[in-house]
Design a binder for this molecule. Sequence first.
Ligand code: NAP
Length: 251
Amino acid sequence: MTESRTAIVTGAARGIGAATAQRLAADGHAVAVLDLDAEACAGTVEAITAAGGRAIAVGADVSDEASVAAAFETVVAELGAPTILVNNAGIIRDNLLFKMSTADWDAVMGVHLRGAFLMTKAAQKHMTEAGFGRIVNLSSTSALGNRGQANYSAAKAGIQGFTKTLAIELGRFGITANAIAPGFIQTDMTAATAERVGVPFDDFIAFSAKEIPVQRVGQPEDIAHTVSFLASEGAGFVSGQVIYVAGGPKD
Ligand code: NAP
């Protein structure tokens, strides 16, 4: 049986984060549904509580140290010490390198890398005290390089190095750290990409599906399922890995 723990999922108001929060709640964990705007988390929290689970909404900016500290205070007070952390919050600011602004470079690094660093640093204190922890970081197939995503691909490659280092440093405390690198997942993020390139989202999905070995695009639940495995008790010997969840060897 799964032991009930406290989990934090960042960027959980929608998309992959929302599906992951719901899945971890269904697995028996109390879940802090964290996103920039606490009100935007209401839908995810309601879906969890309607299904008999336990969740709270937490408004925080993962790239802001004070905001992260306040979020952890709330989670510890309301749900108990978190021992599962899913660093999922993300943004895209795509452009070709010669047109990419420094602000768009910094924004992407701030949410993905600084955000994962601040959240994980705050979480490891509780995990080391508990002698148990599961850290899952969202990378991307874009880590292998993707036109128009110099900032995002660098951040997602950085997440992989960060994850492997966490695995090495924290393993002795019963903590595992792994990364999931999704391919095309049908969310608002990929809808925004379709809009940027001027293709209707349905056509973008159909075109992308043809290029994917399993002949479909991914759904947020595909990633939630993989997070559920990595967060489980039984996955304690899986650490420092990057799992490509992309319907094939890569996107
Ligand atoms: P999404 O639908 O855009 O959701 C991302 C969520 O993160 C949004 O609710 C967003 O809030 C939140 N967020 C952004 N900045 C934040 C911050 N500073 N602090 C807290 N929350 C913040 O994205 P998704 O498609 O579900 O992607 C989730 C993760 O998977 C991301 O890390 C993404 O890079 C990765 N990923 C996605 C795909 C894909 O195909 N969709 C593929 C590979 C990797 P706002 O709405 O307020 O901005």
